[in-house]
Write a protein that binds this ligand. Structure first.
Ligand SMILES: *Cc1c(COP(=O)(O)O)cnc(C)c1O
Length: 234
């Protein structure tokens, strides 16, 4: 068994345990393997271990990996998620190559993705990134701006709004982590109550996925616990 295969098994077990503790069905929580900074070979090993959804932060790096995997594993069904900050000059690459964008926080970017999604591809699946703790240097929109942007994005052609994503500032205890995630869950439920058909609440990473699952996460994004420490601090 490869290290990545073993790590994936442990992460899946962790998710199952967190679900059991929260009284949730483990089938409701997906796993996004965050492969940023790791090469195509790491993705291939995870793919061989049954992992299908991968997250990338840096557009250029992600596109290179997408193309490499398309060449080496043309028959594989892989779902590629863009989870990093998005600039206007990168939207065409994202619209062309990715399946999901989780880091949407501005209408201008959404409009560009909508206009640039190639006709032959299925709708681009999107989540809005919400900022929960006012961290100055993190992307994401503020909760009060969320309802208006959600309605506007839901109305755009070629995009399908699926839900919310958040990256809280690291805090130490389970209860403190859970309190922040619970705010995301409340915002998610408010949007659903307003009539939007959302099914994805993307939250939880290597350090805090247990708290995220207990607060209703439907997709955890895990990098280091699967692929190991990243070479550079990101
Ligand atoms: C890097 C990253 C992750 C994964 O973080 P780990 O601590 O390696 O599990 C998840 N989500 C986003 C948006 C990231 O940038």
């Amino acid at each position: 068994m490869t290290t990545i295969e073993d790590n994936l098994r442990q992460v899946r077990q962790r998710i199952e345990l967190a679900c059991a503790r929260a009284g949730r069905d483990a089938a409701q929580v997906g796993l996004l393997a965050v492969s940023k900074t790791f090469g195509p070979e790491a993705v291939r090993l995870a793919l061989a271990a049954g992992q299908r959804a991968f997250g990338e932060n840096y557009v250029q790096e992600g596109v290179e990996k997408i193309l490499a995997l398309r060449q080496s594993d043309p028959g594989a069904t892989i779902e590629w998620h863009c989870i990093g900050p998005l600039q206007s000059n990168k939207t065409r690459l994202v619209a062309t190559h990715f399946d999901w964008v989780q880091s949407l926080d501005r209408l201008k970017i959404a409009e560009r993705l909508s206009a640039q999604r190639p006709a032959e591809r299925p709708d681009l699946q999107v989540c809005l990134q919400v900022k929960l703790d006012g961290g100055a240097n993190k992307s994401g929109l503020s909760p009060q701006d969320l309802p208006a942007l959600a309605q506007a994005v839901a109305a755009l052609p070629r995009l399908r709004l699926r839900g919310l994503m958040c990256i809280p500032e690291p805090v130490q205890t389970f209860d403190a982590q859970r309190a922040v995630f619970a705010r995301a869950q409340a915002l998610f439920e408010q949007l659903r109550a307003s009539g939007l058909a959302l099914d994805t609440l993307s939250m939880g990473m290597s350090e805090d996925l247990d708290a995220a699952v207990s607060a209703g996460s439907t997709l955890v994004r895990v990098g280091r616990a699967i692929f190991g420490q990243r070479p550079s601090p990101v």
